[in-house]
Ligand binder design. Structure first.
Ligand code: SF4
Ligand code: SF4
Length: 730
C-alpha cells in the first residue's frame, strides 16, 4: 500500500472525525420526576430541591443563581428521610473518557449512602467489552458506607478484574478485595474517578446539610520574615496566582490586551503584605482579621474591571469569588479596601487593585484555592448577554510564604496511576530496554543460530508470562484509535498517561518501529503474538504438521488486516461505541485482561478458534487479521534498518524458505511490513557454514589454494557477496 494511499485514507478518516456523533448528553440537573430518586433513597416518596442559596451564585439559574444541587427526600408521614443528589451538579471528576461518570445517590441522616445509580457515562471501554452491570455494581458497592469513610481504589490485582478497596474502620485501614470493575485499559481509571465522584459529591452534600464536619484546616503558619519582598522576589517565589480571560473567551473580537488579567494572593504574611500594601494599611487590616480570615489581594489589568460595572456600595462583588472545596467566599463592600498602588517599587502598573477580607467563608491558606471570575458573555454585536461564564484559576501559596506541617499528597488520576504501578513500570521499562539493547547490539549478542533461537524464545516466553499474564500490559488497536481521536478532535493528551504500562509500551513501540520496523515488538515483545508463536512451537514439538496457504491466497489475504484496521478507524470515528466493540476482533482482552467466565460466549469462542488455528498455522491472527499489526506495519514501512542482505540473496532461497512470516520475496527482498525481525535470515547471512553462496565461495577459494581455478565463477560470487545497499524501508 503506497504512502499516498495511506495519506488519503488517513485524511478522509480525520475529516470523518469531525462528523463523529457524540455520546449521549449527560444530565446537568437532577430531576426526580424523571430519575429514580426513590430507588436511591428508600422510604422517600416526595422530593423537594433546596431553595437557591445566595452563597452559591453561579451562571446557570435566574440572575446567575443556582440552587445547591440536591433535593430533600420526605417519607409518606412528612418526616425527612435524607437527601438525593446528582454528582454532576456537585463535582467534576473526569474519568477515562475525559468526561465524568454521573451518579445519582442518596444520603441519610447518618451520612450513609443509601443508594447509588450511574445515570450517564461515556467510558468507551466499559461500553465495549465489559457489561454495564460491572460499573453499576461498582457504584452500588458504596451503598451502606458512610460518606466520610476513607475509601480508595487501590492496587489492582493482576487478573480477574478485582480492585482492592482500602477502608478506614475504627481508625484502622483495612484492605478489602472488591471484584467489580475489570482492570482493563481505562477501567481502573474509571474506578478511580467513580470513587472520587461518589465520595466527593456525598461529602459535599453532607457538609452542606450539616451532617458532616467541614474539612479541617491544615496546620501551618505564615512565615514571619517581616522585610517586605520586592515584586521580583514575589514573582520568583510563586506568590501570585494568575487568572487571564481573553477577549475571545468573552465572545469579543480578539485583541492583544486580555479582558481581565488578574494576579492574586493571600497577603497575611508580613513580607507579602508589606510588599503589596502601604505598611500602615497592612497593619490596620491585619489587626481586623479574626481567626480563619485572611487578606486576599487581587490586582487587575485588561480592558475590563474585575470589580464589575454593576458593583455599587452596599452590594456584592459579583465578578470574583474564591472557592476552596466546599467553601465559597463571596465579597461584600464591607470586606473591601481599594488598592491604588502596589507598595513594591519594582511592581508593574495595574489598572486596579483590591484587598478583600475573606469573611464570607473559611479559607485554608495551606490548601489550593480557586479565584473564580464570573463574566457575562457578549453577543455577536458586542452587547452583554445573560449567558454567564465562570473562569477559575487555582493557586497555592508557596512553602516560603505559608509553611504546612506534613502536607497531604494530592495527585491527579494519572499521577496516582503512576504512583500505584511504579514498580511495574520500572520492571516493564527494564525489560523493554533489555530487549532493545540485545537487538541493538546483535552483532555481539546473536553469536550463533542457537543463541539467537534461545534469546528469541526467552523473550517471547517472558513477554507472554510477565508482560501479558502478570502485568496485563497488552497494547491494543484501541489506543491507536484514541490517538486518532485526540489528534482529530483535540482531546486531552494526558489520557495516554492514565495507563502507565501501556504508555511505556507505546514509547518502546514508537522507537523500535522507526528504527527496525514493527518486527521487534511483534516478533519479540507482543504478549499475544508471543503466545501464538509459542503455541506453534509446542505443535512443532508434537510434530503437528504446519499448514500454509498457497501463495496466491496468502498474497491477497495478508491485506485483510489493513481492511480491518481502516474499517475499525472509520467505525470508531463515526461512533466510539461501535468502534470499541468492533475492536474485539483482537482477542487480547480474553487472553490477558478479563477471565473467560466474565466474557460473553462468542468472545471466548473467538479466542478458542484463534488459539486452535495457531497450532496449525504460524501466527494466523498476526498475519491476516491484527489491526494493530497493520497499523504498526504501515508505520514501520520506512524502517531505518532491517536484516542485512547480499546481492546473491536473490538467487538463493534458503532464507525465504525459512522465513515463517513469508516476508522474503522470490527476488530475495524483504517486505518490512511482513518481517517479524526473527533475524534468522541475518544469522544465515553471517553463517559461512549455512549460507549456500558463502559455502560455495569458500569452497572455490579452497580449491584455488589447491591449484584448481574457476576464476570466472569466483569473481561473480565475490561481486555478489557485496551487501545490498541500504535504502529506507528495506
Ligand atoms: S500482529 Fe498484532 S498480535 Fe501479532 S504480534 Fe503484532 S501486534 Fe501482536
Ligand atoms: S527471516 Fe528475516 S525477513 Fe523473515 S522474519 Fe525473520 S528477519 Fe524478517
Amino acid at each position: 500500500m503506497s504512502g499516498r494511499v495511506v495519506l488519503i485514507v488517513a485524511s478522509v478518516l480525520v475529516l470523518a472525525a469531525s462528523a463523529r456523533a457524540q455520546h449521549g448528553t449527560a444530565p446537568t440537573r437532577m430531576d426526580c420526576a424523571r430519575m429514580p430518586c426513590a430507588e436511591v433513597l428508600p422510604g422517600a416518596v416526595r422530593f423537594e430541591r433546596e431553595p437557591p442559596s445566595t452563597a452559591s451564585r453561579g451562571p446557570d439559574g435566574p440572575d446567575g443563581a443556582t440552587d445547591v444541587g440536591y433535593a430533600v427526600g420526605y417519607a409518606a408521614d412528612g418526616s425527612r428521610v435524607g437527601w438525593v443528589a446528582l454528582s454532576n451538579e456537585l463535582v467534576d471528576v473526569p474519568a477515562y473518557s475525559g468526561k465524568p461518570v454521573v451518579v445519582l445517590f442518596g444520603l441519610d441522616e447518618s451520612a450513609t449512602i443509601t443508594g447509588a445509580r450511574v445515570v450517564h457515562h461515556a467510558e468507551p471501554i466499559l461500553l465495549a467489552g465489559i457489561p454495564e452491570a460491572q460499573l453499576t455494581g461498582f457504584v452500588a458497592w458504596y451503598v451502606g458506607h458512610r460518606a466520610d469513610e476513607s475509601i480508595s481504589v487501590g492496587q489492582a490485582t493482576r487478573r480477574g478484574g478485582a480492585v482492592t478497596v482500602t477502608r478506614e474502620v475504627d481508625g484502622e485501614l483495612q484492605p478489602q478485595v472488591f471484584a467489580a470493575v475489570d482492570v482493563i485499559s481505562g477501567a481502573t481509571v474509571t474506578a478511580l474517578a467513580a470513587n472520587r465522584t461518589i465520595l466527593d459529591a456525598a461529602r459535599r452534600v453532607g457538609r452542606e446539610v450539616g451532617i458532616l464536619e467541614a474539612e479541617a484546616a491544615l496546620r501551618g503558619r505564615f512565615v514571619a520574615d517581616g522585610e517586605p519582598w520586592s515584586w521580583a522576589r514575589m514573582e520568583a517565589e510563586g506568590v501570585f496566582g494568575r487568572l487571564t480571560v481573553t477577549q475571545e473567551d468573552m465572545g469579543l473580537p480578539p485583541r492583544a490586551e486580555p479582558f481581565v488579567d488578574l494576579w492574586f494572593t493571600i497577603a497575611d504574611a508580613p513580607a507579602i503584605g508589606r510588599g503589596l500594601l502601604a505598611t500602615g494599611d497592612y497593619d490596620h487590616l491585619v489587626a481586623q482579621l479574626e481567626p480563619g480570615q485572611h487578606l486576599l489581594v487581587v490586582l487587575g489589568r485588561g480592558t475590563s474591571s474585575f470589580k464589575g460595572s454593576a458593583f455599587v456600595r452596599g452590594g456584592i462583588f459579583d465578578r470574583v469569588r474564591v472557592q476552596q472545596g466546599l467553601e465559597e467566599v463571596q465579597f461584600r463592600d464591607t470586606d473591601y479596601q481599594n488598592l491604588g498602588r502596589v507598595a513594591a517599587p519594582d511592581a508593574p502598573r495595574f489598572r486596579e487593585g483590591a484587598v478583600f477580607l475573606t469573611r464570607g467563608g473559611a479559607l485554608d491558606p495551606g490548601r489550593p484555592f480557586d479565584l473564580v471570575f464570573l463574566g457575562s458573555h457578549h453577543d455577536s454585536r458586542g452587547a452583554f448577554t445573560r449567558e454567564f461564564h465562570s473562569f477559575p484559576a487555582t493557586h497555592q501559596l508557596p512553602a516560603s510564604v505559608y509553611f504546612v506541617e506534613n502536607p497531604p499528597e494530592e495527585r491527579t488520576i494519572w499521577e496516582e496511576a503512576w504512583h500505584r504501578r511504579f514498580v511495574d513500570v520500572i520492571a516493564l521499562g527494564l525489560w523493554l530496554f533489555l530487549v532493545m539493547a540485545v537487538f541493538a547490539l546483535r552483532r555481539w549478542t546473536f553469536t550463533s543460530a542457537k543463541v539467537l533461537a534461545g534469546l528469541h524464545l526467552t523473550s517471547m516466553a517472558v513477554s507472554f508470562v510477565f508482560v501479558g499474564v502478570y502485568l496485563g500490559a497488552q497494547p491494543s488497536v484501541t489506543q491507536m484509535l484514541t490517538l486518532v481521536e485526540v489528534v482529530a478532535r483535540g482531546g486531552d493528551p494526558t489520557l495516554f498517561l492514565v495507563e502507565p504500562l501501556l504508555f511505556v509500551s507505546w514509547i518502546f513501540i514508537a522507537i523500535v518501529s522507526i528504527v527496525w520496523g514493527r518486527g521487534v515488538f511483534c516478533g519479540w515483545v507482543c504478549p499475544y503474538g508471543a503466545m501464538s508463536e509459542l503455541i506453534r512451537k509446542v505443535a512443532d514439538l508434537l510434530k503437528i504438521r504446519r499448514f500454509e496457504l498457497p501463495d496466491r491466497i496468502h498474497g491477497k489475504l495478508r491485506y485483510l488486516r489493513y481492511v480491518v484496521l481502516f474499517a475499525l478507524l472509520a467505525s470508531f470515528l463515526v461512533s466510539a461505541t461501535v468502534g470499541e466493540r468492533a475492536a474485539e476482533i483482537e482477542p487480547f482482552k480474553s487472553t490477558f485482561l478479563v477471565p473467560f467466565w466474565k466474557r460473553e460466549w462468542f468472545f471466548v469462542a473467538w479466542w478458542v478458534v484463534l488459539a486452535v488455528a495457531s497450532f496449525f498455522v504460524f501466527r494466523p491472527f498476526c498475519r491476516y487479521l491484527c489491526p494493530m499489526g497493520a497499523g504498526l506495519a504501515l508505520f514501520g514501512s520506512f524502517r531505518l534498518s532491517g536484516p542485512k542482505r547480499r546481492n546473491f540473496c536473490s538467487s538463493c532461497s534458503i532464507c525465504q524458505k525459512g522465513c515463517e512470516p513469508r516476508a522474503i520475496a522470490d527476488d530475495g527482498t524483504i517486505d518490512p511490513r511482513e518481517c517479524l525481525s526473527c533475524m534468522e535470515c541475518e544469522q544465515t547471512f553471517n553463517d559461512r557454514d549455512r549460507c549456500p553462496p558463502l559455502v560455495g565461495l569458500d569452497r572455490l577459494m579452497a580449491k584455488r589454494e589447491r591449484g584448481a581455478r574457476d576464476e570466472e565463477r569466483l569473481a561473480k560470487l565475490r561481486r555478489d557477496e557485496e551487501r545490498v545497499p541500504w535504502r529506507p524501508g528495506r
